[in-house]
Write a protein of this length. Structure first.
Length: 406
């Protein structure tokens, strides 16, 4: 018995493998999509937007990391919500996260497909997205410690590519030309909604809390990952804003790595994009399949493989992604729809997690931060898609009324 316990412990994640599982996925499609997109929208004002969102994201990570430590389990932060607010709100926040992951991963698949389609011009984005998901599905069937080691290697490599490329551009700037454009409140709110995508992911870290040897590993991994992720975004944004690139054209991310990688830049960016997107899918799909399994909705969705992979919930999510890809293929949904829908539900889930922290935490920095973040995220949510906002409010009202009758 002692031997089996030791073997089981050795298969769990350590600080570095858990960090690998966090850094690549949370950078994910956000690093590929957001810095150039935001710069093309608001120019140098993107520095202000990034400064705000990265500060919020760092504190957000610490709050959700502490919740995961207080209430570890496959149910993640929803377990803390159950303790603080009751079973009804645990189901509500779980449903918000599950709804977000109905849409978000398909958006990530389409983003990955856009970067690799030039090499497969006769294959549609949706079909390329489907094959990308097949790769993800196979990886999700492997042991979690092995997956962590793979992601540690690729996360480290990708982080170094962007850090070195950005630093190279910054140190070779000959003249600084800096001006902050004036933008409207609506544009500012829209920019925050878009960039919120970059801090999505911390909510599901708690779903991996049973995969670590001790809670100190989780704390250290969250801090290390948050610092590295922030550094990558900061340096990439500085390089974009101050680098000597053609100002009359829309910014292209490949320009960041071209000075070092020359003619190999497009191939490297396509490879990096695919790997980061697959990493994002691994984090979210793996985390939410564990959440669905923990809710014990049906006997099938609670099924696990011998290596603890929640196969029933994973297969359920996979069917949903295939259906959603078909809806995109037939132009019923667009990439913009998917991102907007996912972000709305992610923010709603985050707000409930923050309210949970406000209830459970003792007075101090994290409790005060949770109050401030809950208010700010509530304001950001108001800029969300009106249909999704209506669904979020309706579900909350239904839960509130249901609880008051019980």
């Amino acid at each position: 018995m002692d031997t089996s316990i030791t073997n089981n412990q050795s298969k769990k994640l350590n600080t570095f493998t858990l960090s690998g599982l966090i850094i690549g996925p949370i950078l994910g499609s956000g690093l590929i999509l957001l810095p150039p997109l935001l710069y093309n929208m608001v120019g140098n004002f993107s520095l202000i937007v990034w400064a705000i969102i990265l500060v919020l994201g760092f504190v957000f990570a610490l709050i959700f990391g502490k919740l995961a430590i207080l209430y570890p389990g496959d149910g993640g932060v929803s377990l803390a919500t159950k303790e603080a607010m009751g079973k009804k709100y645990q189901l509500l926040t779980s449903f918000y996260l599950i709804c977000a992951v109905f849409f978000g991963p398909v958006a990530v698949l389409i983003i990955a497909a856009q970067f690799i389609q030039p090499y497969f011009p006769n294959i549609s984005l949706e079909v390329l997205g489907f094959f990308t998901y097949i790769i993800t599905y196979i990886l999700l069937l492997t042991k979690i410690d092995f997956l962590g080691k793979i992601m540690l290697v690729v996360s480290s490599a990708i982080t170094l590519i962007f850090l070195i490329s950005s630093i190279s551009i910054i140190v070779n700037i000959h003249e600084f030309h800096f001006s902050i454009p004036t933008i409207s409140v609506k544009e500012f709110g829209h920019a925050l909604i878009i960039v919120f995508w970059s801090i999505v992911g911390w909510e599901v870290i708690g779903n991996y809390s049973t995969e670590v040897k001790n809670t100190k590993i989780l704390t250290n991994s969250v801090k290390l990952s948050a610092i590295i992720i922030s550094l990558v975004y900061i340096l990439t944004t500085l390089a974009i804003c101050f680098g000597e690139f053609p100002k009359e054209e829309e910014f292209k991310l490949v320009w960041i790595i071209e000075p070092i990688f020359k003619e190999y830049s497009n191939v490297i960016l396509a490879s990096v994009s695919t790997i980061l997107c697959v990493g994002t899918l691994i984090l979210f799909v793996g985390g939410v399949s564990r959440l669905i399994s923990s809710l014990k909705l049906t006997s099938y969705t609670s099924k696990h493989l011998k290596n603890n992979t929640p196969i029933g919930a994973l297969n359920l999510l996979s069917m949903i992604y295939i259906i959603t890809l078909l809806l995109v293929y037939f132009d019923i949904l667009t990439l913009e729809n998917l991102v907007a829908f996912a972000d709305g539900f992610f923010i709603a889930n985050a707000i409930i997690g923050l309210i949970t922290a406000i209830i459970l935490f003792e007075k101090g920095f994290l409790k005060t931060s949770a109050i401030i973040l809950a208010f700010l995220f509530g304001v950001i949510l108001l800029f969300s898609n009106i249909f999704i906002l209506g669904v979020i409010i309706a579900l909350f009202v239904f839960t509130y009324l249901k609880k008051s009758r019980s």
